[in-house]
Write a protein that binds this ligand. Structure first.
Ligand code: PLP
Length: 249
């Protein structure tokens, strides 16, 4: 029996993103889930109306209670004390960090000190970071990297100790294909492509990172896990496109 995946992140009351999305993804891949809640949020698909961080000691206690873990996926961290609590008791397992900085509705989901702690205290423990293009730009700026070129920005993150970076291309303004690129130190990036589908869908970043973590737990290689995760997100996009094209009664 595969050990569970530990999801460390926020509760999104709307269920679109966050830990509910993570757990749904684990179930899709037939993997057990443990959670450590870092923040409680009240949200609709259009706005974040309240955020309450969880006390750092309670976050650590949840992580320690999770027991033996096959992989860890981290999402919303909210504040620097929560980042520090997570960094101090991370289980010894492959760790995927989705750097949740802001909701698609435009609300900051981590404060400035938290983002700084994420870069300098958590990143050295991360096996795979999964920023989208705006997150990569923001993390580069916060880390003092003035480069505009994607590969140079990723290089800056490697210097902070991160071991692999998957840059998600969904926010690129053009093209019929959505291309994500996996960067490993000293190698050219590996592209992962999927048709670009237009649908109002939240929690795609959470789903992608969770699906990667679930498949790593199942023993798949990083490349196979990313390919399978992109297919899972694509299935949800297709279902949303079909739903949106139904005539309203
Ligand atoms: N709320 C929580 C708890 C999240 O973890 C995330 C993203 O990871 C969001 C909100 C933002 O999701 P979206 O960008 O789909 O609005």
């Amino acid at each position: 029996m595969t050990a569970p995946v530990l999801f460390i992140g926020g509760m999104d009351s709307s269920g679109g993103a966050g830990l509910l999305r993570d757990c749904a993804t684990a179930a899709e891949f037939g993997v057990l889930a443990r959670v450590a809640v870092t923040a409680i949020t009240a949200q609709t698909d259009r706005a974040v109306t309240a955020v309450q961080p969880v006390a750092p000691g309670v976050v650590s206690a949840q992580i320690l209670a999770a027991g033996q873990i096959a992989a860890v996926k981290i999402g919303m961290l909210c504040t620097a004390p929560v980042v520090q609590a997570v960094a101090a008791c991370l289980p010894n397992a492959p760790c995927i960090l989705d750097p949740v900085l802001r909701s698609s509705s435009g609300h900051d989901l981590i404060d400035a000190a938290g983002a700084d702690a994420l870069l300098h205290q958590l990143l050295p423990n991360v096996d795979l970071l999964t920023p989208n293009l705006p997150e990569l730009a923001l993390l580069a700026r916060l880390s003092g990297c003035a480069a505009r070129h994607e590969a140079a920005r990723v290089e800056g993150l490697f210097r902070l100790g991160c071991r692999a970076v998957l840059v998600k291309g969904g926010h690129a303004a053009f093209g019929k294909v959505c291309e994500d690129r996996l960067y490993l130190p000293g190698a050219p990036p590996t592209p992962f492509r999927a048709p670009r589908l237009k649908a109002a869908l939240r929690g795609t970043g959470c789903q992608l990172a969770s699906a990667i973590a679930a498949q790593i737990a199942l023993g798949r290689s990083l490349e196979a896990a990313i390919g399978g995760a992109k297919q899972a997100v694509q299935r949800r996009f297709r279902a949303a496109v079909d739903q949106e094209s139904l005539p309203s009664i």
